[in-house]
Ligand binder design. Structure first.
Ligand SMILES: Cc1cc2nc3c(=O)[nH]c(=O)nc-3n(C[C@H](O)[C@H](O)[C@H](O)COP(=O)(O)OP(=O)(O)OC[C@H]3O[C@@H](n4cnc5c(N)ncnc54)[C@H](O)[C@@H]3O)c2cc1C
Length: 229
């Protein structure tokens, strides 16, 4: 028997940007805010990112999802970049206005078969966002977080993380748990070779940590990275 002909929509792009409604902006510091908006039933894995923009502006940027898989809304954590286009445009939105969203994308996630492993999450600045989603989604995960910021005040919602699993490295003040960069802390740390290390943030930190670990014989296969800029 002839197989039934496949029916296919003639113009069905792989990803369609959708319009979502902004619910709230949480201003955490002068240049750091959280956008909270309708989830519209989006399914994502903690650690993934989406693209965001203002409808009609034809400019979108990637943002890690900050909220957990269980949250009924979606959140992203954004730093307003000096001379940045989209991070400033999004800040000016008011609740009820619309956002253009696409995704989710990416593989910066925890595979099911690794859920019992030990993790070290290292993020700089808003690079903490995917770890906020991951650790909120899997509260029983065996993990430690190193968060690198310039000033302690930039680690805005650090109280969301269990105190014994989160270590703040502040390079320009002494109010954090450690005065210095995450790489300075890492140099004096002993790391179990089976640990899964996830790195997120600016590429300088990621290259530096990657080189530091692999030069000590740490397997590169146990390192995952998400580069923001
Ligand atoms: C996978 C992925 C996930 C990301 N997730 C987040 C997130 O969760 N939160 C977040 O705040 N950003 C995130 N970013 C960065 C974000 O996509 C934008 O690059 C950032 O918001 C700047 O966009 P803009 O339009 O304001 O600046 P642009 O107009 O695009 O750039 C202006 C200048 O700022 C530089 N720049 C870009 N980003 C930064 C930065 N963070 N700090 C300093 N300088 C920068 C650019 O290189 C450029 O020179 C992510 C990037 C990627 C690739």
């Amino acid at each position: 028997m002839e197989p039934a002909p496949q029916t296919r929509h003639p113009v069905e792009p792989l990803h369609v940007r959708k319009i979502y409604r902004l619910q709230q902006i949480r201003q955490l510091a002068p240049d750091i805010y959280v956008l909270r908006f309708d989830r519209n039933g989006m399914n994502f894995r903690a650690g993934q990112h989406i693209t965001l923009g203002i409808p009609g502006n034809n400019q979108v940027r990637e943002y890690s999802i900050y909220s957990t898989e269980k949250d009924p809304a979606l959140e992203v954590l954004i730093r307003e970049v000096d001379n940045g286009l989209v991070s400033k445009q999004l800040r000016k939105l008011i609740p009820g206005e619309l956002l253009e969203v696409d995704g989710p994308f990416g593989y910066f996630t925890i595979p099911e078969q690794h859920l019992h492993k030990k993790f070290l999450f290292i993020g700089t600045g808003t690079g903490i966002a995917p770890f906020h989603s991951i650790t909120g989604t899997y509260p029983n995960l065996n993990y430690a977080i190193l968060h690198g910021v310039r000033y302690t005040r930039d680690a805005c919602e650090r109280h969301h993380f269990p105190r014994n699993k989160y270590l703040l490295c502040a390079s320009r003040d002494t109010e954090g748990d450690f005065h210095g960069r995450v790489t300075d802390y890492l140099i004096q740390m002993t790391l179990d070779i089976d640990t899964k290390v996830y790195l997120c943030g600016n590429c300088d930190m990621i290259y530096e940590v990657y080189d530091l670990l692999t030069s000590r014989g740490f397997p590169s296969g146990n390192i995952k990275t998400e580069v923001y800029f």
